[in-house]
Write a protein of this length. Structure first.
Length: 118
């Protein structure tokens, strides 16, 4: 294995987070490396086999980019996992629950003659 001189290396970070677990890695990589090369070199794909680079988006400092983007000294690569639930679907479910709760409250209020149970 050929040793790279420190002049040809740069330090970057790689971040990946799930609800229950986060990973922030800091490591040296050859200058001119791409986002994909950094992800592969980091070992994160072995640690989190659910990462699918053909589906999951990636970015640098919260800006989505392509896997072939060249990195610079100090960059933070981020892997974004798919949302567990679509935000629109979540809002629909929340609104439906609020409506059901209101209807239940209104029904109980009518049954109690408009009096509070306190």
């Amino acid at each position: 294995m050929v040793s790279e001189s420190s002049d040809n290396m740069m330090t970057i970070e790689l971040a990946y987070a799930l609800l229950e677990q986060q990973s922030l890695l800091k490591f040296d990589i050859k200058q001119g490396s791409t986002v994909q090369q950094a992800i592969e070199q980091s070992g994160i794909l072995r640690q989190f086999p659910n990462i699918d680079l053909s589906q999951d988006k990636v970015g640098v400092f919260s800006k989505v980019c392509k896997l072939d983007r060249e990195l610079a000294q100090g960059d933070r690569v981020e892997i974004y996992h798919s949302l567990l639930i679509d935000p629109k679907q979540r809002r629909r479910e929340k609104a439906a629950k609020a409506k059901a709760d209101k209807e239940k409250f209104d029904k109980e209020s009518v049954e109690n003659g408009g009096k509070s149970e306190n």
